[in-house]
Design a protein around this ligand. Structure first.
Ligand SMILES: NC(=O)C1=CN([C@@H]2O[C@H](COP(=O)(O)OP(=O)(O)OC[C@H]3O[C@@H](n4cnc5c(N)ncnc54)[C@H](OP(=O)(O)O)[C@@H]3O)[C@@H](O)[C@H]2O)C=CC1
Ligand SMILES: O=C(O)C1=N[C@H](C(=O)O)C[C@H](O)C1
Length: 255
């Protein structure tokens, strides 16, 4: 049995993950970390202190599905207690990832930071990386529900990173281009333009547009339900136990 502690169990992702853990025969839910005590979770061991969670439940794996401002602190605390983190929460900076890499190395502990758990989104990112070898002018449009706290999404940032492995940094659009309204051309990563849409009714969607002379390649992925993320959560929980480094992105776990 894999002993699992989960943070954020009342959230949109947390609810699904709670169900996944309970319905998987080799997973054992040992504790929950919540922002406050509620009647909704009265049948579980709920903690509001992350230290108490680890001290009292001694999990093998800690799954974090909370908020960008908490994720780094939670992940470092898990590593401090020798617990392997699987983190779906987004908002990690490059510096955070470097710090985690160092910490995992020092402690020889696995950690998985997954900007996106869905297989379709991972394939979209991998295909975008391939396409960037041939088509260097690219813009990313990510579209999410209007309760999302961070912009751009973790998926969009990861996509830009993978594209950047093959696309030399350069400015896109006309060299004399001017924004008449700030933000009209989106955010910029080495010339790749990133646009964030937030609307009610959406879940998680992304298009990667590659433009070339007389042609457009569009890669699109849609998560219509959060069930799309759960196989990736289960895979990560099993994989993190076999690892002793910090892994950023599920594309590193699948062939
Ligand atoms: N990697 C992936 O594939 C995916 C990642 N995500 C990411 O996962 C994260 C969560 O998303 P989502 O479920 O939509 O967000 P929600 O806002 O629905 O859930 C976040 C939960 O975290 C809880 N929380 C806040 N503070 C704490 C705390 N101190 N301890 C424990 N729990 C706390 C909140 O409780 P309260 O309401 O009381 O504040 C809330 O229940 C986001 O960063 C999102 O980007 C989302 C989907 C897929
Ligand atoms: O907040 C969300 O909903 C999602 N967040 C992740 C991200 O920032 O990329 C993954 C997915 O897009 C859903």
């Amino acid at each position: 049995m894999i002993r699992i502690a989960l943070a954020g169990p009342r959230g949109k992702m947390g609810k699904e993950a709670l169900e996944l853990i309970q319905n998987t025969t080799d997973f054992e839910l040992v504790g929950l970390l919540d922002s406050r005590e509620t009647d909704a979770l009265q049948n579980y061991s709920v903690f509001t202190s992350i230290d108490e969670l680890f001290l009292q439940t001694k999990p093998d794996v800690f799954v974090d599905l909370t908020t960008p401002e908490l994720a780094m602190k939670h992940t470092m605390t898990a590593l401090h207690y020798g617990v392997r983190p699987v983190v779906g929460t987004t908002g990690f900076t490059e510096q955070d990832l470097k710090t985690l890499e160092k910490e995992c190395k020092e402690k020889t502990l696995g950690c998985i930071i997954a900007p996106n758990f869905s297989i379709g989104a991972i394939l979209m990112m991998k295909f975008a990386e391939q396409a960037a070898k041939y088509m260097g002018d690219v813009e990313i449009i990510e579209m999410h529900h209007n309760q999302k706290l961070d912009a751009p999404s973790g998926t969009a940032l990861k996509t830009a990173e993978l594209i950047g492995r093959h696309r030399p940094s350069h400015k896109q659009g006309h060299e004399d281009e001017q924004e008449l309204l700030t933000g009209a051309r989106g955010a910029d990563i080495d010339g790749i333009k990133l646009h964030s849409v937030r609307l009610p009714g959406l879940v998680a969607h992304q298009q990667v547009l590659f433009g070339g002379e007389g042609q457009l390649l569009t890669l699109r992925h849609d998560s219509f339900t959060r069930g799309s993320f759960m196989p990736g959560v289960a895979l990560s929980i099993r994989e993190v136990l076999k690892r002793d480094t910090c892994i950023y992105g599920l594309e590193n776990l699948i062939e």
